[in-house]
Design a protein around this ligand. Structure first.
Ligand code: ZN
Length: 285
């Protein structure tokens, strides 16, 4: 398509297209307050004049011979605190995909910037499902955590009532475990820590595999400094151990890693340089 900014990676039987819901600027001091000075020195070359680095809210479209899946649904059409309004609708159009073409929406977790396009407010202000033919897959542990009354009733979590409950009411919710597979080529690895039921999505089952890691980390510095904690993680120690496990796997098996908030299109490899793991953006070929 003319002027297209779409990026697609072929992974075994699937094609994965990165869809930009919103670019945004990240503050390394916010991502890891205890290591702000070291981070700003190490990543100096990537910072703008205000000391911020480029991040993104990226959703991944996974086209398989057996169905079309969308991994995470971004910020969405409503204004959310701290984020620009999402543009996933335009990115889908650019990819030649109508909302009705999506068979399955898979959530890595249920934070506000990962479930936003599930619904939109119609003319009466009611939440209408944006993907009219999709089912919505959520890990059971993640669902149970957020549906606890103290979280569901928290005014700060209005996104759950706007974007998740209508899905359940419509009978479209699939509560699953990490052992579930979809379309022969989509599986999961439990990656708890950022949230209790957070998962990485595994694309492919041969030597060519990709990991869509959601918010396992918000910036590639945590590939190297996995224990530099982020206040956004519900359980910081568990999140750190989970990052070690997953990035070791990615390095050992040479997997393509796709981040939910890394500079768009958000994918690359984890390599070992001596004792250190490092992120290398881009595709191998
Ligand atoms: Zn996020």
């Amino acid at each position: 398509m003319k002027g297209s900014t779409l990026h697609t990676a072929n992974v075994g039987a699937a094609d994965v297209t990165a869809l930009l819901d919103a670019p945004f600027l990240q503050d390394l001091a916010f991502l890891s307050p205890d290591h702000a000075a070291e981070l700003k020195a190490e990543y100096r070359d990537t910072l703008n004049e205000r000391g911020l680095c480029t991040g993104a809210v990226t959703c991944y479209l996974v086209k398989t011979p057996k169905g079309l899946a969308l991994i995470d649904s971004g910020i969405g059409p409503r204004k959310r605190k701290g984020f620009p309004t999402g543009r996933l609708d335009a990115a889908l159009e650019e990819a030649g995909v109508r909302p009705g073409d999506i068979d399955l929406v898979i959530h890595t977790h249920l934070h506000v910037d990962h479930v936003g396009w599930n619904t939109y407010p119609n003319a009466n202000g009611h939440a209408e499902i944006f993907f009219p033919n999709a089912r919505f897959a959520v890990q059971r542990d993640e669902w149970d955590y957020w549906m606890a009354p103290e979280r569901l009733d928290d005014p700060g979590n209005v996104v759950l009532r706007e974007c998740m409950l209508p899905v359940r009411e419509a009978g479209r919710l699939l509560l699953i475990g990490p052992e579930t597979r979809f379309f022969d080529t989509i599986g999961f690895i439990a990656t708890p820590g950022h949230t209790p039921g957070h998962v990485a999505v595994v694309i492919g089952d041969g030597p060519e595999r990709a990991l869509i890691i959601g918010d396992l980390c918000h910036h590639p510095f945590q590939v190297t400094h996995s224990d530099w904690a982020s206040p956004m993680d519900v359980d910081t120690e568990l999140a750190s151990r989970t990052r070690d496990k997953l990035y070791d796997l990615a390095a050992d098996d040479q997997l393509l890693v796709m981040g939910g908030h890394w500079q768009h299109p958000g994918w690359g490899e984890v390599v070992r340089v001596g004792e250190r793991r490092e992120y290398r953006p881009g595709l191998r070929h």
